[in-house]
Design a protein around this ligand. Structure first.
Ligand code: F6R
Length: 612
């Protein structure tokens, strides 16, 4: 949430920061701002709205500078507006600062500062922290760095901040706790950003700043210190990412590109792990911890949103194949309810970004209580990946569209492979079935390709139902979480109210919603629940609901009960959710675009939820 970019070096800084902000807009797009130092004077430009609005606003202004910090905001404290946009200026006009995160104890600090005569132009917690730093500096006659360190020890909350001083145009000071910060190292230049996407075209050498670290960044020097003022050795890593991965590549939206990338991203996830010739799955994180995993008396899956839906599918799969009880928890609930975690419990954390604040804190708590943490994460080097004892990356590549698509299918592929490995090690799966599922997983990329070839059919279906006020998504068994995911996707990017339900549970309430105006999407692929779901379709049809069904190739019964059908290749029921979600992603995409929603940046959302 919120994207931050900074540059210091010999080049023109503003265009680099502006381009970086466009890459980070998926993290928030309420307002944008930049600060530069020009001829010894701070200049701050900020604007409500997307990055392009700031770009337009500064046309004709001399933006020449070799130092710049910029911010694209997802509002927490204070409505989206010019005055609440970052960066903020200190009362003495000397410092400019931007911030991703939340300062929880800002109110008493603000009160104290007001009593000392400070005034505030915005409603933000950030401006409070900045003036608090100024106050400490004035009182202690300390350096800015010292004042920042003292302030950070007094505040409660999460932050990634960039701070510049009009009197020192050679330095950007940065600090992080709970919100990500990457520093790219170039020749006589440094790049700072919330993730690597603004950096990738300039350098592949990066340092991921850790919590409670302060970075003093000059064009030719990077000093990392902890809050105790001790120098830390920067750990330089090589970025394993190509520029093409963060560009639209001819697609109208990142979301569409990411949906269509799935044959390759799923293949990348399986590659080197699913060794078909050897009839084996190799996953280092699982192999090295196989005892902890097979001996787990229970597995707790912790995640949010779409990742939580992947967890629900995994619950069904792991219980079926491994016979280990699984609980799936919303991270935000788990962390606050004094959960019972025993030493030896296995926690599987699922997260695309690896930065979701609720998931991160839930894991920290569980780790303290002795649980073994296994991370299923997409973003390499992210906080959750680093906090986990072991893990498996989904290798889906950067996901930029706000609605998660390819990361979800990557999560399902990883979780299926994990379940198969654990089941084999425990002896809870018959060899024949294990080999069958191996083959089924192997076939997924090709089947996804086949589904995508028929995407236009979903465009036609979307056009028929685009004016609906509500949608219901129903599924049973392995496809129940897919119904939840279908409803979430539609809500997010079309603003149509949608609910996902277990198909049988529908009779216990939601059936009251059904009339001739309600589209009901059935995920009705051939599985052990198929006859039951056919009965549920009958029940909807009898009440004149519009039935849209996602079915398996060759199913002749479902079309007779449906107004519209979309057919996908047959697959084992354990594997089928990876396929059945694809038409739902496309349906949402087409409905959203027909409604003219900016599907990559739907209102109020941000890709990476780094605040609670
Ligand atoms: C929905 C979506 C969100 C995320 C959720 C968790 O399309 O993207 O619901 O799934 O915010 O994010 P991660 O997986 O990054 O922890």
């Amino acid at each position: 949430m919120c994207g931050i970019v900074g540059y210091i070096g010999n080049r023109e800084a503003y265009p680099i920061v502006l381009k970086g902000l466009k890459r980070l807009e998926y993290r928030g797009y309420d307002s944008t701002g930049v600060a530069i130092i020009q001829d010894g004077k701070l200049q701050v430009h900020k604007k409500k709205g997307k990055v392009v609005e700031l770009e337009d606003a500064v046309v004709g202004i001399n933006m020449h500078s070799n130092i710049c910090i910029g911010h694209t905001r997802w509002a927490t404290h204070g409505e989206p507006s010019d005055r609440n946009a970052h960066p903020h200026l200190s009362n003495n006009g000397r410092f400019a600062m931007l911030h991703n995160g939340i300062i929880e104890n800002y109110a008493p600090i603000k009160k104290e500062l007001i009593s000392k005569g400070y005034t505030f132009k915005s409603d933000t917690d950030t401006e409070v922290l900045l003036n608090f730093i100024q106050e400490i500096q004035d009182n202690n006659k300390s350096t800015l760095e010292e004042a920042l360190r003292i302030a950070l020890k007094r505040i409660v909350g999460a932050y990634c901040i960039l701070l510049i001083d009009q009197d020192d145009p050679e330095t950007i000071i940065a600090a992080r706790k709970g919100s990500p910060l990457v520093i790219g190292i170039g020749k006589d230049e440094h790049f700072l950003a919330s993730d690597a996407s603004p950096i990738i075209e300039y350098t592949k050498e990066v340092v991921y700043v850790n919590d409670y670290e302060i970075a003093i960044v000059k064009k030719d020097e990077l000093i990392l210190k902890n809050l105790g003022n001790e120098k830390q050795t920067p750990f330089i890593q090589k970025l394993d990412m190509e520029l093409a991965a963060i560009e639209k590549g001819g697609y109208e939206h990142f979301m569409l590109k990411e949906i269509f990338e799935q044959p390759e991203t799923i293949y990348d996830c399986l590659r080197g792990r699913l060794l078909h010739e050897e009839l084996e799955i190799v996953m280092a994180g699982v192999d090295h911890n196989i005892d902890a995993l097979t001996n787990a008396s229970r597995i707790i899956i912790v995640a949010c949103g779409t990742s939580w839906h992947a967890g629900l599918v995994a619950e069904y799969v792991i219980e079926e194949l491994c016979r280990i009880p699984v609980e799936v928890e919303y991270a935000s609930e788990f962390r606050y309810r004094n959960p019972i975690v025993h030493k030896g419990d296995v926690i599987i954390a699922i997260s695309q970004s690896g930065e979701t604040a609720d998931t991160l804190v839930a894991l920290e708590k569980a780790k303290e209580q002795g649980a073994f943490i296994f991370g299923v994460v997409n973003a390499v080097g992210s906080s959750i990946a680093r906090l986990s004892h072991a893990g498996a990356y989904t290798h889906s590549g950067p996901e930029i569209g706000v609605a998660s698509t390819k990361a979800f299918t990557g999560q399902l592929a990883v979780l299926n492979m994990m379940a198969l490995k654990i089941a084999k090690a425990k002896g809870t799966i018959k060899t024949e079935y294990y080999l069958h599922l191996l083959q089924e997983l192997q076939d997924v990329p090709e089947k996804v390709e086949a589904i995508l070839k028929n995407a236009d059919e979903l465009k036609v279906i979307a056009a028929k139902y685009v004016t609906a006020r509500d949608f219901l998504f129903l599924g049973r068994g392995y496809n129940f979480p897919i119904a939840l995911e279908g409803a979430l996707k539609l809500k997010e990017i079309s603003y149509i109210h949608a609910e996902g339900y277990p198909a049988a549970e529908m009779k216990h309430g939601p059936i009251a919603l059904v009339d001739e105006n309600l589209p009901v999407v059935f995920i009705a692929t051939k599985d052990s629940y198929h006859e039951k779901i056919i009965s549920n379709m009958q029940e909807i049809k009898a009440r004149k609901g519009k039935v849209i069904s996602i079915i398996t190739d060759g199913d002749e019964v479902s079309p007779t009960l449906s107004n519209d059908t979309f057919s996908i290749p047959s697959a084992d029921e354990i594997i089928a959710p990876i396929l059945s979600v694809i038409p739902l992603q496309l349906l949402s995409y087409y409905v959203g675009t027909l409604k003219d929603v900016d599907v990559d940046k739907p209102r109020n959302l941000a890709k990476s939820v780094t605040v609670e």
